[in-house]
Design a binder for this molecule. Sequence first.
Ligand code: ZN
Length: 352
Amino acid sequence: MGILDEDIERVRGANPLDVIVGEQVALRRVGTRWVGLCPFHTEKTPSFSVNAEAGFWFCFGCQASGDAIDFVRETQHLDFVGAVETLAGRAGIQLRYDDVRQTSTRRRRQSLVEAMEKAVSWYHERLLTGDDARPARAYLRSRGYDGEVVRRHRLGWAPEGWDELSRTIKLPESVLRDTGLAFVNSRDRLQDSFRGRLLFPIFDTRGDPVALGGRALPGGDGPKYKNSPSTKLYDKSEVLYGLHWAKADIVASKEVVVCEGYTDVIGLALAGVPRAVGVCGTALTDRHVATLRNFARRIVLAFDADGAGQSAADRFYEWERRYEIDVAVAALPPGADPGDLARTDPDALRTA
Ligand SMILES: [Zn+2]
């Protein structure tokens, strides 16, 4: 499996179990233990018990048990190494691996994440300060996005030039290509993938930037939306926009709202519904549902009233049965999209 045993022990020691579990389960102190509703089976009275001192959890209802690493594996759908890496990241522990090939795969991922991080910052800075980003800033203000929203979601502006990012950011060509930030064009030159677009960085559940969603300004060139291609970091049938930010509210409210795009997610948050996530240019998949189920058992679909919502509807019953969840459909007025509605008629949305 790869990570040195010594480092795994350090990771266990550095992550108090009640804190890790407490982020996803409401825990109550009972004597020397913590108890809460089991995240692994449906129940009304708490039978999930956490012994923080021993670093061990157990469910008297379904007999599930484990330590902090198992808990992160199960609830976030990660493999063992992924779970250890997540916990190591939280605790600021640098991991070492015993297998050279694995070390190089993980290092490669890390270098791609760092490149994305750099690009996200570069685009963000451009949006905040660039002269050429004025129309983008004006557009965002007209949508009701203030500076805080822009910073929180780390929105960016991709300038019009062919290769402004590639030229300035000083990353190897292979990294620019493997992250989908740039590609080699028909003249055999490196070209930026995003040009003249507002950018919505897409983060995975760990909070690593893995992709970009680009939106043309009204009257801009090309398709309205354009996302990063599939890469070693990004698979659109798995990642949900906004889940990283919305996690806490989703767990607390036991409900998640699924909508179509980034602007819907941000619009809902602005309207006081900070538990929305977005599919990025794809239908809701089994893997999305399996991920969401770890955070809430009630899924509300807020697609605008066209094909995407309808195709998901065909799968409701199967999902409800297979994942023991409730699926509901928000009754949006025909033609309304949640982002616009949040702006013009927030009350309609909250009661939808
Ligand atoms: Zn249980």
